[in-house]
Design a protein around this ligand. Structure first.
Ligand code: SAH
Length: 279
């Protein structure tokens, strides 16, 4: 057990009328930054997204107001303009506002749009980066995003554009040829089309791929597959978003570096306190 009160460094004060736009990481509360924790402790109001873990929100004071501004594909959700307006209104009313997003706010998180709205409205803000799912999720699956001798570049892409379709602006041929490792967010829905585009661009169907669902959480599930079979394997597995899909030879390192599953099975086997035999 650790004491999660903040250490005695100089931490910034969240002033009235300010918005802190923070990333909460991919799920595991241990991946929260100290700046984000500092914001959680000081905020009057927290405006949070669907993928922010409940245990992270629980770190705030019980009296802190929390506003849900979730956006999940396909479900009715708050409009981006309404969310930005809420942040502006809360700040203008003199609140200390923490805007908490899953992963990193500037990686497929629309944090840039919210920050620009704050700029337009003259609201002062701070950006607190978070561990993005495409990096943290890979690490929890035992897959390095880069590995010397395997890849000198990695691409992060979204499988959805703002209209919910496969991004046509992406040059899939160039990605297939130029990026040895491709890490995909929001790619489950269109994985059949995406994997086909990559194979059409020259990637081999037998190339290793992995799908990491609920990354960094207790119920993290990793599907190991290949580029050619990933679409069918995803359908057959019944796996649902949120998930990261990674394609590239780095996936093979998981054969040796899959550290989380032994830890989880260890902890589910370990006797709980009340079951320990009395001495
Ligand atoms: N800003 C976030 C991304 C938000 S977009 C970040 O930096 O991580 C939402 C997508 O992120 C999901 O559809 C999924 O592709 C990915 N994602 C976020 N959290 C995840 C998790 N715990 N496990 C797997 N994928 C996750």
């Amino acid at each position: 057990m650790i004491d999660i009160s903040l250490p005695d460094f100089e931490f910034p004060t969240l002033e009235a009328g300010w918005v802190w736009l923070a990333g909460a990481g991919p799920g595991d509360p241990g991946l929260l930054s100290l700046h984000a924790l500092n914001g959680l402790k000081q905020a009057d109001v927290i405006v949070y997204d669907a993928l922010v873990d409940a245990r992270i929100l629980a770190l705030a004071d019980k009296t802190t107001e929390v506003i849900y501004a979730g956006k999940r594909g396909g479900k009715p959700s708050a409009k981006q303009s309404d969310i930005s307006l809420t942040l502006i209104q809360l700040a203008k009313s003199g609140k200390r506002v923490l805007r908490l997003k899953g992963g990193d706010p500037f990686v497929f998180g629309r944090g840039g749009e919210e920050a620009l709205a704050l700029v337009d409205a003259g609201i002062p803000f701070r950006i607190i980066p978070g561990v993005t799912a495409g990096v943290g999720g890979l690490a929890y699956a035992g897959i390095p995003a880069t590995h010397r001798g395997i890849n000198q570049a990695v691409t992060f892409l979204t499988g959805h554009d703002q209209n919910g379709v496969t991004p046509d602006e992406l040059d899939w041929d160039a990605l297939a040829k130029g990026s040895p490792v491709i890490v995909m967010y929001m790619a489950m829905k269109h994985i059949s089309l995406i994997s086909q585009k990559l194979m059409d661009g020259g990637r081999h169907p037998s190339e290793r791929a992995a799908v990491i669902c609920n990354a960094t959480l207790q119920d993290q599930t990793v599907l190991e597959t290949t580029l050619g079979s990933c679409a069918a394997d995803i359908t057959n597995s019944g796996l649902k978003p949120p998930a990261i899909v990674v394609v590239g030879e780095v996936v093979s390192l998981r054969d040796q570096m899959n550290w989380l599953e032994p830890v989880l099975s260890q902890s589910s086997r370990a006797p709980r306190m009340e079951e320990e035999p009395a001495l």
